[in-house]
Design a protein around this ligand. Structure first.
Ligand SMILES: [Zn+2]
Length: 51
């Protein structure tokens, strides 16, 4: 039976794919965190809290 346990396979291909997936997720997360202040300011601005 296939168990599909992610991260348990140690072959180079799965390792590479997992690393790339993790890196892209980290990048997305970093971008999200970086954009958070801008988004917050934009939101507050549009609501009118800073006027
Ligand atoms: Zn594998």
């Amino acid at each position: 039976m296939s168990e599909e346990n992610k991260g348990t396979c140690n072959c180079p291909e799965c390792e590479k794919r997992a690393r790339e997936h993790r890196e892209s997720e980290e990048l997305n997360f970093a971008v999200l965190i970086a954009l958070m202040p801008v988004l917050t300011l934009t939101l507050f601005n549009s609501v009118g809290l800073f006027h």
